[in-house]
Design a protein. Sequence first.
Length: 284
Amino acid sequence: MLLVTGATGSNGTEIVKRLAAQNVPVRAMVRNRDRASAIALSNVDIVEGDFDRPETLLSALMNVDRAFLLTNSTEHAEAQQLAFVDAAHQSGVKQIVKLSQFAADVHSPVRFLRYHAVVESAIQASGMAYTFLRPNLFMQGLLNFRSTIANQNAFYAAINDAKVSVVDVRDIADSAVAALTEAGHEGKIYNLTGPQPLTHAEMAEQLSVALDRQIEFTDIPPEAMHDQLLSIGMPDWQADGLLEDYAHYRRNEAAAVLSGVQEATGKEPCSFQAFARDYAKMFG
Ligand SMILES: NC(=O)c1ccc[n+]([C@@H]2O[C@H](COP(=O)([O-])OP(=O)(O)OC[C@H]3O[C@@H](n4cnc5c(N)ncnc54)[C@H](OP(=O)(O)O)[C@@H]3O)[C@@H](O)[C@H]2O)c1
C-alpha cells in the first residue's frame, strides 16, 4: 500500500489522481474527509490523519510500504515531518518519497531550505530508503497572485529581473508517482526544474499571450511584499520565510536548469507557455 500525505494540496491531489488512474492501491491521508472531494475516487482509501496527532499517523501508516511526505511550510513543518519519519520507521515503511525544495541545505539563510535539509538527514539516518524531490519555485505559485492579475492585470514581487527555472506541479507529481511505483529511484535526489529560466516580467509576457490581455509585472521592495503577504492573511513566520525564498531567487541562486524531471520520469518538463495556456482560466 502507498500512503500520500498532503493529499488535498496542490501536489498531493495530482499525485493521488495519477495513482488512482493507474489503479495502484493508494491511501490518502487528509485532516478532514469533507474537504477531500477532489480525491474521493472509488479506488482511493481516504484516512483521516493529522501531523500534530502522532497516534493518527500510526493508523494511517498501517501496512504501508512506501509513503509520500509533504506538509505546508509553517513553523511546525520540521517537527511535523520528523514525527512522521519516526512513525513511518516504527511502522516498517520501506521507502519515503519526500517533497523537499531546490537548494535544501542545513546552512542556508532560507528557513524553508534548512528545515527540508534537516528532515532529509533524518530520513537518511533512519535507514529507510529515500527519494528526495527538490523542486524549484512552482509555476502554479503564480496562482497566489491571481487576485491582482484578475483585478489590476498586474502582479508584484521582490525579485527584480532575476531568472528562476520554475517547474510545473504536474511534473513534480509525475516524478513522485515514478518514485513511488517503480524500482530504481531509491537513494536518488531529483532537482526538479522547468526547461527554461525566466524573469517574472517574461512570465508576465507569456501570461499576456495566454490570457489575451496585457499583464504587467512590477518589482517591489521586500518590505512592500511582506505587507502584501500579511494583507492576504499569511502568518508572520511564513511571510518572512517566503521573503527569504525571494531573496534567494533575487540572488540568482535558482536559475539553473537541471535534469531531475527527465531523470525521474524519462520525459521533458512542461514549458511555462504550456502552463500558462492550461491554467489561463484560473487567472480570471
Ligand atoms: N510553492 C513553491 O513554489 C514550492 C517550491 C518548492 C518546494 N515547495 C514545498 O512544497 C510544499 C507545499 O506543497 P503544496 O503546495 O502541494 O502544499 P499545499 O497545497 O499547501 O498543501 C498542503 C497539504 O498539507 C496538509 N496539511 C497541512 N497541515 C496538516 C496537518 N497538521 N496534518 C495533516 N495534513 C496537513 C494540507 O491539508 P488540509 O487540506 O487539511 O489543509 C494540504 O493537503 C512545502 O513543503 C514547500 O516547502 C514549495
